[in-house]
Write a protein that binds this ligand. Structure first.
Ligand code: ADP
Ligand code: MG
Length: 549
């Protein structure tokens, strides 16, 4: 039967190009990715067989098998999972369905021979996850033989990873997928059994399906432990094992910044193993705001990203939640409105926020990094989930006019001036511009701290959240800020040095002219820096040029 030649989607070609160039030093990840896919395929068949047991026929023991043919120069990874039909093959191994891919690829778009840039690209592509296409880091040709569970017809996919692939019928295939890698001369090390065993043991030990390879004597060796990692007790799991598992479920190369492994017993029973990445995932701000946590029911993978399982403002989490109580055959639509799922969400959310609070306390520096990456996402929770508002307000960090780095609200309240009754905020696009804002002058003059909010989300939550510890948030731009009961700042009064810039100058003027001045605006457009004063009675403004000299 003739093979049909098809073009890769443009994004895939670009990705393959990048993979071939920039992942050079981390080649062995291809094996982890292919084993990860094989294990996913077994998980999916296990789930499908719940409603259609016939799919398993007489081959119910899931297994992933590696074999090497040194003469042919090939490494084969075979599984007896769900397999693919022609449509699946073309879609899964010819396109990238993930949203945000185009934008992501624009961002990396090649290193142009620049080593530093290549390193950045590597980190980025790590967050993206190269998946199946990583096979082309070590192969000049890849053959995929696959037959879908329940289908009679098998298929053969083949490509050299350069722009196109071929698909055609194949006869006599077992259920599942067999991937044959034609290893390049530079990657010959991956034909070495010991090397392969070592890679599987380090990167795929947590995979819950047995990975086997025939030894020299022909007998099968099992290379991994093959027990779902989250079912093991915390004290027995090493950081390394957690990390590898995170790479499997999180598709990243980075280290998990935090690991939350918890078991809930009582009204609902489940285990959660969740990770906070150290690098923001590439699709953090795509409009669908989907999370990627996997839902298992009694060790069977049900789906990934189930709506309602994790709140959108924690969508940076990666990992699994394994429920003991949910029905296995629950549909996507039913999940959304399921009470048990709601309970699981509530409990895990509280737990994650609690762990974050603890980390913030114990490791302020690390937490600042976390906040830089994910703060803008967490803040969505401030208006989306009033139940956790208190906790989120404690977790929130801000830039401010008087503190270097980040501050929390508790710190702000502590620094509030005598007579100050509100938390002052200003929103805008960037910190530097906000700091220069004339609306801050009165506050600077009195030494009153103002929080500088620069995330787009800030306009939303500040409209919904009224107070922190009974102190109202007040925008300095909305007027009505009454500073008259606040003592002038001591330091400012003593200041004798000439004003360094217009902002300082304006502050001094305000002090000099006292409370009759409502607002002072400096125009930066004019080189001679005129300042206009707005007095109590409205529009009356005067040019102050002379005064300034
Ligand atoms: P991801 O695993 O993140 O979805 P990959 O590039 O690794 O991305 O794989 C793309 C898709 O190809 C998978 O989602 C799956 O549908 C399909 N696939 C890959 N390997 C297998 C396999 N061994 N068996 C069945 N399907 C597979
Ligand atoms: Mg994959």
């Amino acid at each position: 039967m003739a093979q049909e030649r098809l073009e890769f989607q443009a994004e895939v070609s670009r990705l393959l190009d990048i993979v071939a160039r920039s992942l050079y030093s981390k080649k062995d990840v291809f094996l982890r990715e292919l084993i990860s896919n094989a294990s996913d395929a077994c998980d999916r068949l296990r789930y499908a067989a719940l409603t259609t047991p016939d799919l398993l026929s007489d081959d119910a023991e899931f297994q992933i098998r590696l074999s090497v043919d040194k003469d042919a120069g090939t490494l084969t990874i075979a599984d007896n999972g769900i397999g693919m039909d022609r449509t699946d093959l073309i879609k899964n191994l010819g396109t990238i369905a993930r949203s945000g891919t185009g934008a992501f690829l624009d961002q990396i778009n090649g290193s142009g021979g620049d080593d530093e840039k290549a390193k950045d690209d590597l980190a980025l592509i790590g967050q993206f996850g190269v998946g199946f296409y990583s096979a082309f880091m070590v192969s000049d040709k890849v053959d995929v033989y696959t037959r879908k569970a329940g289908d009679a017809q098998g298929w053969h996919w083949s490509s050299d990873g350069k722009g196109s692939f071929e698909v055609g019928e194949a006869e006599g295939l077992k259920r599942g997928t067999r991937i044959v890698l034609h290893i390049t001369d530079e990657a010959k090390e991956f034909l070495d059994q010991t090397r392969l065993e070592h890679i599987v043991r380090t990167h795929s030990d947590h995979v819950a399906v047995p990975v086997v390879m025939a030894g020299e004597d022909g007998a099968d060796n099992r290379l991994n432990r093959a027990a779902a990692l989250w079912t093991r007790s915390k004290s027995e799991i090493t950081d390394e094992e957690y990390k590898e598992f995170y790479h499997h479920v999180g598709h990243g190369f980075d280290e998990p910044w935090a690991t939350v492994h918890t078991k809930a017993e009582g009204t609902v029973e489940f285990t959660a193993l969740l990770f906070v990445p150290s690098q923001p995932p590439f699709d953090l701000f795509t409009p669908d705001r989907r999370h990627h946590v996997r839902l298992y029911v009694r060790r069977v993978l049900v789906n990934e990203g189930a709506e309602g399982l994790v709140p959108p403002y924690l969508r940076f989490l990666r990992g699994v939640i394994d429920s003991e109580d949910l029905p296995l055959n629950i549909s996507r639509e039913m999940l959304q409105s399921n009470r048990m799922v709601g309970k699981i969400r509530q409990i895990t959310t509280k737990r994650v926020l609690g762990d974050l609070a603890k980390r913030a306390k114990d490791d302020a520096e690390g937490y600042a990094q976390f906040w830089t990456s994910f703060g803008a996402v967490l803040k969505e929770g401030l208006y989306e989930e009033p139940d956790n508002r208190e906790a989120l307000l404690e977790l929130a960090r801000f830039r401010s006019t008087t503190v270097d780095g980040w501050t929390d609200l508790a710190g702000y309240v502590e620094r509030m001036k005598e007579g100050q009754d509100a938390i002052y905020i200003i929103t805008g696009e960037n910190e530097q511009a906000l700091e220069r804002s004339p609306q801050l002058e009165g506050f600077k003059a009195k030494g009153v701290e103002v929080l500088l909010l620069t995330d787009p989300i800030d306009d939303f939550w500040t409209a919904a959240v009224e107070t922190y510890k009974d102190k109202p948030f007040k925008s300095v731009t909305k007027g009505g800020a009454d500073l008259s009961s606040i003592e002038k700042s001591e330091e400012k009064e003593d200041e004798k040095e000439p004003a360094a810039d217009i902002a300082d100058l304006v502050a001094r003027l305000k002090i000099a002219l006292g409370e009759s001045v409502k607002d002072v605006r400096a125009s930066e457009r004019l080189t001679d820096s005129p300042v206009c004063l707005v007095a109590d009675d409205g529009d009356m403004d005067m040019r102050m040029e002379r005064l300034l000299r």
